[in-house]
Write a protein that binds this ligand. Structure first.
Ligand code: NDP
Length: 259
């Protein structure tokens, strides 16, 4: 299996859950990325302690404040990353940050919940992608690799099969319209990104990470898979993605899912 050979990677929401495990495994690789930008909205807060402990042991991890819903925070993060990269581009942007307003039924969903979740899961992801686009383009253009790959230039948006219109995962367990609608919209955003950035050779995929044991994953009932196992599969899959996958909806094992 080809290894993920990426020089620089940025993960949003990396202080806990899937984001933190992505940073842990990326930093633990034998050929780890030179630049691992671990971003989170409150690096000084108690929720970031595990990430800070990890960064203390790994020189390649750079913790950067980034609230994906705040334009000023995004702008400051882009400036910091640009400075660190010293003229080179960013290979891989993983838009992992996401929220859910759990336990809402069709009848009890609120306009506020719908808007808050849409703002984080869709608008935030769009704004972060727009802001980092110049660095992604730079990485793509400076690469000698043929075709698209996550090692060259890519946007990976953490989606969910809960947002699949064909296959509404776990409808019996939770309606969560706020989350389902936001992930369906995120899939459309990613499809549009794949079309819009094809000329720049930036690979774009929405990826369903599986049902993993994180705060979010365990919110309705215990999730079946550990976050370690899930993230291992995700990273293996990222190493395999190529041009043909851009604009498709994939799961942690690289299987194409129906929209
Ligand atoms: P968690 O709830 O465990 O973690 C969510 C992360 O997102 C936290 O780091 C949180 O930061 C961060 N976050 C939320 N809002 C913002 C924001 N505005 N700016 C920056 N960071 C933010 O979720 P998971 O790790 O389980 O999920 C990660 C992604 O995977 C999500 O997009 C989720 O929808 C998706 N997913 C997860 C599944 C699972 O089974 N776990 C299944 C399908 C999809 P903070 O600590 O500050 O709140």
């Amino acid at each position: 299996m080809a290894a993920l050979n990426v020089r620089s990677v940025l993960v949003t929401g990396s202080n806990r859950g899937i984001g933190l495990e992505l940073i842990r495994q990326l930093a633990g690789k034998s050929k780890s990325p030179e630049f691992i930008f671990a971003t989170c909205r409150d690096p000084a807060g108690p929720q970031a302690q595990d990430l800070k402990n990890l960064a203390a042991k790994n020189q390649g991890i750079e913790i950067i404040p980034l609230d994906t819903c705040k334009p000023s925070s995004i702008k400051a993060a882009v400036a910091k990353v640009t400075e660190q990269l010293k003229g080179s581009g960013l290979n891989l942007l993983i838009n992992n940050a996401g929220i859910v307003k759990p336990f809402t039924a069709l009848e009890s969903e609120t306009p506020e919940g719908m808007l808050e979740v849409y703002k984080t899961n869709v608008v935030g992801t769009m704004m972060v992608s727009q802001a980092f686009l110049p660095l992604l383009r730079k990485a793509s253009h400076e690469s000698s690799q043929k075709g698209m790959s996550c090692s060259k230039a890519a946007i990976v948006n953490l989606s969910s099969e809960c947002g699949s219109i064909t296959n509404l995962l776990a409808w019996e367990i939770a309606h969560i319209l706020n989350y389902r609608c936001s992930k369906a919209a995120l899939n459309m955003l990613t499809k549009c990104q794949s079309l819009g950035y094809a000329e720049d050779q930036i690979l774009c995929v929405p990826l369903h990470p599986g049902w993993l044991q994180t705060e979010m994953g365990n919110s309705a009932m215990p999730a079946p898979m550990t976050v370690e196992e899930g993230v291992q599969k995700i990273l293996d899959t990222l190493s395999q993605l190529s041009e043909k996958d851009s604009g498709t909806f994939v799961d942690l094992e690289g299987k194409v899912l129906p929209w």
